[in-house]
Write a protein that binds this ligand. Structure first.
Ligand code: DPP
Ligand code: ZN
Length: 863
């Protein structure tokens, strides 16, 4: 497969400036007439006119109003070449496409009774021939024609510009999008949909109609999404000065959707799981995720749409920036401390793991063979951390000025990472040349901290050494420019305010590391202080500092930064599980610290819950060079049992005091209470085989969150009532695909070896819908990622289930298939038996004729 390189970028030889599209929509066979105003690059007027296109059936072609004879053009599997043109021209093509058989869900496809599109990254070429690259922006006029009964609702990007009836039961609707856009932001929807709507007046006085669309039965569950949209629109005005720019903003929920959601201009299309919610069918986490993804896609309207990408290598320019913006949205609206803990947990469990494995790549990759495989934790989450570091280095006001400059300068254009950094540099006067390495160097830097204290003089030094381990793309790593936050505490737990002597640039509580090594020195301290590092995770780095267990326990008590406190608990857990013999005091220190947290009713229960929730095996494995899965599982279980035993009374007291009567609503206090209560329930149930609390909670639950937590607790201990509860849940939610996915998740992640049999039964039954990405992610994705006991069974039965289906999944939807493979990322670090089994499967799979997506991932996994 051809490799595409950033270094080879060249501007497009031909541009499309205006597009007129007319669709005759039909699930079996849709006709698309496209009229493109084309312009050659004046510097290269003789370059051939080459348009991208796949799976298109040509019906008509005309140039400047004249039918084009076959000698003047060539069609092949990837595009259309028009011969003998060297001046601006008007190309009209008419093609037939087949939505019904489009199982890749790229381009125009069928979901339920609706027709809809997904074009990012390269789906538009499956709709019509086009210059399908993000640095070609055009103004679109779109006319949709369809059967009025089957497709009463017609939507596309931009402002409505007329609608009416046609003969024989058809109707039409026209849309004009005045904002030039790349074709990956094109969208249309046709279907029988209902909606909720609300008016919104922008800060510059534009009246906007906001609508959230779903299948009619699901419309009542769109309320939270609609309200989230209005909050996002207001927040982006207040925090970033960004206003909406069309008369309508539409969001559509789709049950069949490969990604999470898509920011098409003025017409966002969402995976239904990020729209539909009510208290009976969505968990508290779902409500928060919906608000966050709604925000994310809306914020793309500026960071991505108004200012788009020069090329796909710059993907993080829009994604990292937009994730940072959505993180800030949630932090501003809810608990900043808890949001940071959630985000850091995700970063560490997904991105650090990615950076440490065979799929590691820079935030801006240097090359790719399939761009769809680069919608990764590195591009998104590490990309957001880079923006966060800029925010830290510049401060809110300067950062905001820099973004204003970036948006003003590149509005309507296609930008690069350098353009963003230039704006940051100009607004701040800072040199960011070294900082730019964050984009091009893969791997997570480690910061090793060693200390020395001289009781005679009171001299205290911290020596900081950064090192980035080798990644598959290279071992030559340069030092990074990173903001390193720290604090020192004296014997009375007071923060020492004296700044250190150091050659690093500094401001209170933060030094900027730029060299491989720096030293911070204090003089005349009365005792050795207790240091704390990376408050708020000021840089996406791994800290190496050998804390004594007693110091971790103390820091967990006294540190003001919630993230560092949570990290102390994580470190104690890791020491207890992974270094039990070398660190016998870690377990008692952890248990004492958790006891203090549980006893302190002045703390946010959500924070206590986060600290008491023990990291999953993969997060623990991330700290190991070799992964002994059986040992990790056993030790982790033993630790959970110890915590449950040590704090049985406290847990029961908290569980009972957080009374269910007050827990029905979605107020932050109710959500936090449920969170702690359900962590407590899970621990309490370990010691109570009859699981009476879990049974009672399951019977009385008035939220999905509580019902699911009770069911999970029952399943974990194989409680007598587990089977009946599972059946009751299934009956109650049988009609809803999203809630069915929740049920399936519990079934496939039940941590027992025989969960393999349950997965096998599901794969043979009516609930297995391999064309539905959510269902594939639920059944195979959750099984492979979140059931280490069953998926990684020694006899290989778990692996066999995944690889039985992967070839077929790859024929159906390559993006989804390739994504399932990434669950095998840590395979080389597993024990020899498991690694050998996985390798044999991977090699056999890689030898099949595969999509570019799967061939690329399998190839990189095999290294
Ligand atoms: N651009 C989409 C997003 O918002 C891709 N799924 O991340
Ligand atoms: Zn995005």
């Amino acid at each position: 497969t051809p490799v595409i390189r950033l270094a080879d970028y060249a501007p497009p030889p031909w541009r499309v400036t205006h597009v007129d599209l007319v669709f005759d929509l039909d699930a079996e066979a849709t006709q698309v007439e496209a009229t493109l105003a084309l312009q050659p690059d004046p510097a290269r007027p003789a370059a051939p006119l080459r348009l991208d296109g796949e799976d298109l059936e040509l019906l008509d072609i005309a140039l400047d109003g004249q039918p084009l004879p076959p000698a003047r053009y060539r069609v092949d599997a990837t595009g259309l070449t028009v011969l003998g043109v060297d001046a601006p021209c008007l190309l009209r093509t008419r093609v037939r496409i087949r939505p019904q058989t489009n199982t890749r869900l790229e381009g125009l496809y069928v979901s339920g009774a609706s027709l809809m599109t997904q074009c990012e990254a390269e789906g538009f070429r499956r709709i019509t021939w086009f210059v399908d690259r993000p640095d070609v922006s055009a103004v679109y006029t779109v006319t949709l024609r369809a059967d009025r009964t089957k497709y009463p609702v017609l939507l596309s990007n931009g402002n409505p510009a007329g609608a009416g009836d046609l003969d024989d039961g058809h109707h039409w609707a026209r849309f004009v999008d005045p904002h030039p856009k790349p074709c990956y932001l094109f969208a249309l929807v046709a279907g029988t949909l209902g909606h909720l709507s609300a008016p919104f007046r922008t800060m510059d006085g534009r009246d906007v109609t906001v609508r959230v669309w779903a299948e009619p039965a699901d419309v009542p569950r769109c309320r939270h999404a609609l309200e989230s949209t209005l909050r996002a629109m207001r927040w982006d005005e207040k925090r970033f000065g960004r206003a909406y720019d069309l008369d309508v903003f539409d969001i559509v929920a789709a049950q069949d959707f490969t990604m999470g959601a898509m920011e098409n201009k003025g017409l966002n299309i969402f995976n239904a799981r990020f729209i539909l919610a009510d208290i009976d069918t969505a968990t508290d986490a779902d409500f928060e995720a919906i608000e966050s993804v709604i925000g994310h896609e809306y914020f793309h309207n500026w960071s991505g749409n108004r200012v788009t990408l020069r090329d796909w290598f710059q993907l993080s320019l829009k994604e990292g920036l937009t994730v940072f913006r959505d993180q800030e949205f949630t932090a501003d609206l809810h608990s900043r401390a808890m949001k940071r803990i959630d985000d850091v947990r995700l970063l560490k469990s997904r991105q650090f793991a990615e950076d440490a494995g065979p799929l590691a790549h820079p935030v801006r990759p240097a090359s790719y063979s399939e761009i769809n495989n680069f919608y990764t934790a590195t591009v998104y989450e590490k990309g957001a951390e880079i923006i966060r570091m800029l925010h830290t280095l510049l401060g809110e006001l300067t950062f905001r000025r820099a973004l204003d400059l970036y948006f003003a300068r590149h509005d309507g254009g296609a930008a690069t990472v350098e353009d963003l950094l230039d704006a940051m540099r100009e607004a701040s006067g800072r040199d960011l040349a070294q900082f730019a390495r964050w984009y091009d160097q893969a791997g997570t830097p480690q910061i090793a901290v060693t200390e020395a204290f001289d009781p005679a003089t009171g001299d205290y030094t911290l020596h900081l050494a950064q090192h980035t381990p080798a990644t598959p793309d290279g071992s030559e790593k340069q030092p990074l420019h990173l903001p390193f936050a720290f604090a020192l505490y004296d014997a009375d737990d007071r923060r020492i305010a004296t700044p250190p002597d150091t050659d690093a640039a500094q401001r209170p509580g933060l030094v900027e590391l730029t060299a491989a090594e720096h030293t911070l020195r204090w003089r005349g301290l009365a005792q050795r202080p207790l240091p704390a590092f990376l408050q708020g995770l000021s840089a996406p780095a791994r800290l190496r500092y050998d804390y004594a267990a007693s110091d971790l326990g103390r820091l967990l008590r006294i540190e003001s930064d919630a993230l560092v406190r949570w990290e102390c608990a994580q470190q104690l857990v890791a020491d207890a599980v992974l270094r039990g013999e070398a660190r016998p005091d870690a377990r008692p220190a952890l248990i004492a610290a958790l006891g203090a947290l549980l006893a302190d009713t002045t703390l946010d229960p959500a924070f206590v819950a986060e600290c008491v929730s023990v990291a999953d095996v993969w997060s623990l494995a991330d700290r190991c060079d070799r992964i002994d899965l059986d040992l990790l599982w056993r030790e982790r279980e033993a630790l959970l049992d110890d915590i449950a035993a040590a704090h049985a009374d406290l847990l029961a007291a908290r569980y009972d005091a957080l009374s269910p009567a007050a827990l029905g609503g979605l107020a932050p206090a109710c959500i936090a209470a449920r969170q702690l209560r359900n962590v407590a329930l899970s621990l309490l149930t370990r010691r109570d085989p009859s699981a009476r609390r879990a049974e009672a909670q399951f019977a009385q639950a008035n939220t999905l969150t509580d019902r699911l937590a009770a069911l999970a607790a029952l399943l974990r201990v194989d409680a007598p009532g587990a089977a009946a509860a599972l059946a009751a849940f299934r009956t109650r939610h049988a009609d809803d695909p999203l809630t069915t996915d929740k049920w399936l998740t519990l079934v496939v992640t039940r941590p027992q070896p025989d969960a393999v049999d349950a997965v096998r039964d599901i794969l043979a039954g009516p609930l297995w819908q391999p064309r539905n990405p959510n269902r594939v992610r639920t059944v195979l994705g959750h099984f492979a990622r979140n059931n280490p006991v069953a998926f990684h069974r020694r006899d290989g039965a778990g692996y066999a289930l995944l690889f039985d289906w992967l070839p077929e999944l790859d024929r159906i939807n390559p993006q989804v298939a390739a994504r399932q493979l990434t669950a095998l990322e840590p395979w080389r670090r597993l024990d020899a038996d498991r690694a050998a089994r996985i390798e044999a499967h991977l090699r056999a799979f890689a030898a099949l004729p595969l999509s570019r997506d799967s061939a690329d991932v399998a190839g990189r996994l095999l290294g």
